[in-house]
Write a protein that binds this ligand. Structure first.
Ligand SMILES: C[S@@+](CC[C@H](N)C(=O)[O-])C[C@H]1O[C@@H](n2cnc3c(N)ncnc32)[C@H](O)[C@@H]1O
Length: 394
């Protein structure tokens, strides 16, 4: 592939995270070409692809458009895919895998589409080089995505491989952990930047606190991972990638010399959660920036100068659980009102009936999705006279 050429790049994200992804891209200096519910399209070079994989906090995958074409039959699919210089992109001793999304009368089976694309790529490489790469379902080499809708098809190289939200630090999951990209987006929604203290009672496996620390020290999340699909590309400019990583690391080190992040506290009443959160923070290299404590949320130490307090209580699925949680949500309201005066409070929840039990007036209600569950990030301005709402809450 040509390292100076400009390509169309699709960046995918979780449902509802597009505005946060857009914000990150604009901060990095990119203009958005197109956007949709689960991603955006921009233009950029292979160097941009590396930069995006390194810096984006809210994205899933960075995908580069290899070709788009008219496609009316499996045979045409084979011919169009064959007609590309795969021998310049895929190592003949490498490994490829294909995933497809198909919505066309020409075919009713994505496995068959995968097979056609795989055959075309390996046949072409065999013809040009005399040997062929391996293929299969494992995401260990180069990963291609085919989208075939009606009579139009798009073939992308997924340059990330594993989702970027899978940062690799969550070695010890705890109950109902938030996906890392969602936690990052939630923090971006609060405008957290490390300049004010952050409290995260009910921290579970620590995702919000760890993502906050990464934001506070300006650490590129991609530094936490060493494997990316683009590194498997033939003639990948690994020196450039190494120089990008070194720069990102130095930038974060320099930043923390002059900007000490304000304290981050992560607490949970379950000692196993705190054990997991500590271990995960160590793996992410941010444990020195987070204070951990086992305690009921209401006993979380409060700093002198106010900042952000953010909580992600369980939403409950069974009736018995929901009854118990009604009391917990009510106690969160009391904790906010009595102990967090002057702070900005946030609750991330997928149960709006339970949220009413908090009994405080919300200032903002920001919609999110956690997997398929519609959620809200509720924002409360907590001043001395923060008003309790009536029984229905707000
Ligand atoms: C939904 S989980 C939080 C998940 C977290 N955001 C993550 O990404 O791992 C809720 C957490 O609240 C904790 N919790 C429940 N009731 C609590 C209480 N009264 N005081 C402190 N922690 C509590 C649970 O132990 C659990 O770890």
């Amino acid at each position: 592939m040509d390292s100076d050429k400009t390509y169309i790049i699709q960046i995918s994200c979780g449902l509802g995270l597009t505005p946060f992804l857009e914000g990150e891209l604009m901060d990095l200096g990119y203009s958005i070409h197109l956007k949709h519910e689960t991603g955006v399209e921009i233009k950029g070079t292979l160097q941009d692809v590396m930069q995006l994989n390194l810096y984006l906090r809210t994205a899933y995958n960075v995908m580069l458009l290899i070709k788009s074409f008219r496609c009316r039959s499996p045979q045409q699919l084979y011919e169009e895919v064959f007609d590309y210089a795969w021998e310049q992109l895929v190592d003949r001793n490498g490994y490829i895998s294909i995933v497809s999304r198909v919505d066309t009368p020409s075919i009713n089976n994505t496995m068959f589409a995968n097979l056609k694309v795989k055959d075309a790529i390996v046949d072409r490489i065999l013809e040009k080089t005399g040997s062929r790469p391996d293929s299969g379902k494992e995401r260990k080499g180069l990963l291609f995505h085919l989208y075939w809708k009606g009579d139009k098809a798009w073939l992308y190289l997924n340059t990330s491989g594993r989702k970027l939200s899978d940062r690799g630090y969550r070695k010890m999951p705890h109950s109902a952990p938030m996906r890392e990209s969602l936690a990052a987006a939630v923090l971006l929604a609060t405008k957290y930047d490390g300049s004010v203290p952050l409290l995260n009672p009910m921290c579970g496996s620590g995702t919000l606190a760890i993502e906050a620390a990464l934001i506070a020290i300006r650490k590129a999340p991609g530094l936490l991972r060493s494997s990316y699909a683009f590194l498997e590309m033939k003639n990948c400019k690994k020196d450039f990638w190494q120089s990008l990583r070194t720069k990102a690391l130095n930038d974060s080190r320099c930043y923390t010399k002059t900007h000490k992040p304000r304290p981050i506290w992560a607490t949970d009443h379950d000692p196993k959660a705190i054990q997991a959160a500590k271990k995960n923070a160590q793996t992410a290299g941010v444990d020195q920036w987070i204070e951990f404590q086992v305690c009921d949320f209401s006993e979380t130490p409060i700093q002198d100068d106010p900042g952000i307090v953010i909580m992600n209580p369980e939403y409950g699925q069974r009736l018995g659980q929901i009854r118990a949680l009604e009391e917990t949500y009510g106690r969160i309201g009391d904790f906010f009102k009595r102990r967090c005066c002057g702070w900005t409070g946030y609750i991330f929840t997928g149960n709006l009936d339970l949220a009413k039990k908090v009994g405080l007036r919300t200032r903002r209600r920001i919609p999110f999705f956690n997997a398929e569950i519609e959620c809200r990030l509720l924002e409360y301005e907590l001043y001395a006279g923060t008003r309790k709402t009536g029984p229905a809450g707000e």
